[in-house]
Ligand binder design. Structure first.
Ligand code: NAD
Length: 315
């Protein structure tokens, strides 16, 4: 199958390199000049696993304006605030036959993708795996091969033949995909997860394990989960998990699966890049407002993250 990854960052490299390894034809599109130039100069991207076995993997990486590929499936892994620009700059390559797949965090990407791709061609989900971009052309896949899982669903909630082919390729590449027929429920489960762990770990500059070791962690999580679920219920979202199962999943990931990991929002903050908080806690606030519900704790946290971003920029 032919895939083109848009956004050659941490996750874009992980999906692209592993799909390429599994025998697919993969190309990459990126706009960050230091990354594109470094990959061209070194002849590929350096890939490590848990800081070990750093190896150069040859990849084909293009700027959008010079790209003319026609993949079966586009894979979008930009940050939420970068997506509109990437879409505009790559649009000359899009056509009605192509599928779009994304497992970006937060919400905001779906409407943007639907401006370019038909609803029946859109597959979105969540990636439960950690990846770190050390710098231009240098990525670290956290966890052993086959670590982590992902959920995905068709926007139409009706899997077609191509969906099953994509899932088969993701399986071969050991992403452990789980296909659901609940689009919003699948995406919102990760939004709720991130609205707790990503945001709190980022604010306090701590790992997920450090967060989970605090005796009041469950109480903090419950307050945010309850508010998020109150919003989702008003919006008619069929949640995949119960509130208790969401809390259990936060505890499992923080204590067992990834205790040493700093969430991706922290990585943005520590590199003085803007975070995706407006698309996570901020999205819950806006969705709540639509249904006359004030998600005050999520609003407060959104401000705190922006205050932290602002403070870093002043220093
Ligand atoms: P990333 O920041 O590594 O890459 C995204 C884009 O930003 C790429 O185009 C990259 O070239 C560019 N970029 C990277 N560093 C930059 C810098 N310093 N200055 C300018 N541009 C830069 O993003 P990611 O971690 O791959 O995340 C993509 C999406 O996947 C996001 O929605 C994220 O929340 C989600 N996600 C990430 C992880 C993870 O562990 N990294 C896990 C699950 C989901």
């Amino acid at each position: 199958m032919k895939f083109t990854v848009v956004g050659a960052g941490a996750m874009g490299y992980r999906y692209g390199v592993l799909l390429q390894d599994a025998g697919n034809q993969v190309e990459f599109v990126d706009t960050w000049k230091p990354n594109v130039e470094k990959v061209r100069q070194q002849g590929g991207v350096f890939v490590s696993r848990d800081h070990q076995n750093r190896q150069l993997v040859p990849v084909k990486l293009f700027y959008p304006e010079e790209y003319h590929g026609n993949p079966d499936v586009w894979i979008f892994f930009t940050k939420q605030m970068q997506l509109a620009d990437f879409l505009k700059r790559t649009a000359h390559c899009f056509n009605d036959q192509q599928y779009a797949l994304t497992c970006m965090n937060g919400m905001g990407h779906v409407e943007k993708l639907l401006k370019y791709f038909k609803p029946a061609k859109l597959l979105a989900g969540t990636a439960l795996v950690a990846t770190v971009l050390n710098g231009p052309g240098d990525v670290d896949f956290i966890g052993a091969r086959g670590a982590g899982t992902m959920n995905l669903a068709n926007y139409t909630e009706k899997p077609d033949e191509m969906t099953h082919k994509v899932v088969a390729e993701l399986k071969k590449a050991q992403f452990n995909p789980n296909l659901t027929t609940n689009f919003m429920g699948t995406l919102m489960a990760k939004v709720v997860f991130n609205s707790v762990v990503n945001t709190l770990c980022t604010l306090f500059e701590i790992t997920m394990g450090e967060f989970a070791s605090y005796s009041g962690a469950d109480e903090l999580s419950r307050q945010l989960i309850n508010e998020a679920y109150d919003v989702c219920e008003r919006a008619g979202v069929q949640m995949l998990n119960t509130r208790q199962a969401e809390l259990d999943s936060i505890n499992y990931v923080s204590k067992v699966a990834n205790p040493l990991h700093y969430p991706s929002m922290y990585q943005d903050m520590s590199h003085n890049r803007p975070t995706e908080v407006d698309y996570i806690n901020g999205y819950l606030v806006k969705l709540g407002q639509k249904y006359n519900y004030a998600a005050t704790t999520h609003a407060f946290l959104t401000h705190l993250v922006h205050l932290a971003e602002h403070t870093r920029q002043q220093n």
